[in-house]
Structures are given as C-alpha cells and as structure tokens.
Design a protein around this ligand. Structure first.
Ligand SMILES: [Zn+2]
Length: 149
C-alpha cells in the first residue's frame, strides 16, 4: 500500500471525529468595523477578525513533548504539543483551529448538536508526501488554547 492509503486506513481504524475550523481568507468576521477594528472578546472569531467555517473531519491525535523546555518559577517545564494527522484534502493553515467534540460513548459518532470540548490552536503545518510528491496527509502541530464562547 502507498502512504496515502496506509494513512487513510489508519485513521479509519484509530482516528476519531473532530472539527477543523478553517479561516476563510479575505472574509472578515462580522465584528470587524469599517476602520478594521476587531472586537477582542468576539465569540465568532476569538479576536482574530477572520470568518471561519467548521468541517467535520476524521483524524488522528498524538501527544508529543517537545524537546524545547523552559525554565520557569516552578522549575523546568516541557510544553506538550498535540499533533493531528489530517487527510490530504483538508489543507490546514496556521490560522485554523482543531476542535475536539463530544462523541457517543457507544459508537464514537458525533453527538448533534455538536458540542465543542477542547480547542487546539494550529502552530505549524507540514505536508507529508510520497516519494513521488503526491500529498499523503498533513502533520499539524497545535497547542491547547481557549476560544471565547
Ligand atoms: Zn469576530
């Protein structure tokens, strides 16, 4: 099997449903004023000024502790990074968010209306390709964050 097929069957078996909240390029949020002012506490855009569209995607999450460590008042702290492996057709960017949602405990399907549980801010995106150059999947690095809701 090629890398793309291997990824797709892995996500089918070991992934789960989540939202990819994609920023819509060149479309400002409704909170943005004529002079470009943004409502910092806006629950629609989280103070970014972008309009967003949510996509239900099946993906895989992996926790990684970055080798980057910081010395703080309480000692040496490693910042956990959460990597998500997203299908090739999602084209994530660093303006996007990933949101884990409530799933049914019996069949792991999304519960409607969809309820957000954990927000992840995308910090880095890498395309994972076959040797031939064909895009297999995306490796998206995130950190847990908050959304003003
Ligand atoms: Zn807004």
């Amino acid at each position: 099997m090629d890398m793309k097929s291997t990824f797709e069957s892995m996500v089918e078996d070991h992934g789960h449903w989540m939202l990819l909240r994609k920023a819509v390029l060149n479309k400002p949020c409704s909170c943005v004023g004529r002079e470009g002012t943004i409502l910092e506490t806006c629950g629609l855009c989280n103070g970014s000024g972008h309009a967003y569209v949510d996509h239900l995607v099946r993906a895989r999450r992996t926790k990684m502790i970055d080798s980057v460590q910081m010395t703080t008042d309480i000692g040496l702290v490693a910042t956990p990074r959460w990597h998500f492996y997203l299908p090739a057709n999602t084209q994530p960017t660093h303006k996007d968010w990933i949101i884990e949602i409530e799933l049914s405990p019996t069949d792991q399907q999304p519960i409607y209306p969809i309820k957000a549980e954990t927000y992840y801010n995308v910090t880095d995106v890498e395309s994972m390709r076959e040797l031939s150059g064909v895009l297999a999947f995306w490796d998206v690095q995130t950190e847990k964050s908050n959304w003003n809701v």
